[in-house]
Design a protein around this ligand. Structure first.
Ligand code: SF4
Length: 407
């Protein structure tokens, strides 16, 4: 493993500016597996802070966006390039759709100059209703964005208000219309279930409205009460006005039923896609492949180590001014194996056992399977056709119980 790390470092150290047409260097598959060809860019600005959100975001600071983009460019410039053109870029947040087209062009231009961007790269941008119009969407498209992820969360005005969303229902419908008019064939819609005061009928209605919008992809979020948020302070899990466990299970199962009937593939615990429209960037995470994480609070996975950026904006600026790409110690092989399994099991296709054995050795994989024995015994985990996967629906519903065994 050490020799591989050395080889990777040498490849990365010889920093030749990449280009959009950069070709893959000839390296052995094991080394190639550890070179990032994906980048997550964090855009932390939001109009309001939603009542359930504990992400690294900042509110009322849009005037700082220009400066922040300058610092992103500085970080990109000192991030070691692997000379692998990026295959996927994900601008998440925060609300990346608050960026101006010029700011977005600068970021993508810097990524292209530093790493190269493959001609058929997937470039996703998260957007919130009320923060863009058709002119802006067209400009984003011209800059290279080919996948849009719209944060709708709910189709009921009372729930949008309760969540502290910065948009109303009219903004949602307007946003969907503009996305369709701009011709974004690849667009995702985010919904949250398990919200306070959300009835099963509300959820059915949200699903109906989401399907009517004909997105290529739908992501579900099961509300988590984070301590430091208004929801975390106000509500207790499983207690009214939150839906009880049985209700949230039914919401999840109904979602599966309706989206599959409508032609979506349920390919990850919380994600559904039309054929061929699975999110390529998120699959990098689920396959535990490396990626750059750029911007405040962003985590990357480079050279076998999770690398973090300061979460507070001011600290991030200081960190960029120091101009040092920080590398944590590479994780051990056991940790990498359990991460690979934990992330891979999120996919309904599961994980190919022989690939794990080849990469980590049979003994380590056998040990881990022994740890997972209670999940096999409970019927939450299955082994068939050479793959380990969660059972449907029990394993999907109780995935956290399975994952707990791995950490
Ligand atoms: S829009 Fe998204 S990132 Fe911003 S506060 Fe709301 S949930 Fe958090």
């Amino acid at each position: 493993m050490e020799r591989q790390d050395e080889a990777i470092k040498q490849i990365i150290a010889s920093t030749v500016p990449a280009s959009r047409s950069a070709t893959l260097p000839q390296v052995c598959p094991e080394v190639a597996r550890r070179l990032p060809d994906a980048a997550y860019i964090h855009i932390p600005f939001c109009r309001t802070r939603c009542s359930y959100c504990d992400f690294a975001v900042t509110v009322g600071t849009e005037a700082l966006m220009g400066k922040y983009v300058d610092y992103l460019l500085r970080e990109i410039a000192f991030t070691p390039a692997a000379h692998y053109p990026l295959q996927t870029i994900y601008l998440g947040g925060g609300t990346p759709s608050l960026l101006t087209a010029e700011q977005l062009e600068r970021i993508l231009g810097a990524l292209a100059a530093r790493f190269g961007i493959a001609p058929d790269a997937e470039i996703s941008l998260e957007a919130n209703p009320g923060t863009f119009d058709l002119v802006k969407l067209k400009a984003f498209q011209r800059a290279g964005v080919n996948r849009l992820s719209l944060g709708v969360q709910a189709f009921q005005p009372h729930l949008l208000k309760l969540c502290g969303r910065s948009h109303d229902l009219r903004d949602v419908f307007d946003a969907i219309e503009q996305i369709q008019r701009a011709g974004f064939a690849n667009f995702n819609l985010d919904l949250i279930f398990g919200l306070p005061h959300q009835s099963p009928e509300d959820w059915e209605h949200s699903l109906t409205q989401a399907l009517a919008a004909q997105p290529a992809h739908i992501s579900l979020y099961d509300l988590i009460l984070e301590e430091q948020t208004p929801f975390g302070r106000r509500y207790r899990s499983g207690q009214a006005p939150l839906p009880d466990e049985e209700q949230t299970v039914q919401m999840y199962l109904r979602t599966r039923e309706r989206l599959i009937a409508a032609g979506y593939e349920h390919y990850e615990i919380s994600n559904f896609a039309r054929p061929g429209r699975q999110c390529r960037h998120n699959q990098v995470y689920w396959h535990n492949r490396p990626y750059y994480g750029i911007g405040n609070g962003a985590t990357g996975y480079v050279w076998g180590a999770r690398v973090e950026r300061p979460r507070r904006m001011h600290d991030y600026f200081l960190w960029v001014e120091a101009g040092q790409f920080t590398i944590a110690e590479a994780m051990g092989s056991d940790e990498e194996l359990s991460d690979t399994l934990l992330l891979g099991l999120r996919l309904l296709a599961g994980v190919e056992l022989s690939a794990l054995q080849q990469r980590f050795g049979s003994a380590a994989v056998e040990n881990l399977c022994a740890v997972l024995q209670p999940a096999f015994a409970a019927g939450w985990l299955l082994y068939d056709e050479g793959r380990l996967r969660l059972s449907v629906p029990d394993g999907l519903l109780l995935s956290n119980e399975v994952f707990t065994l791995l950490v």
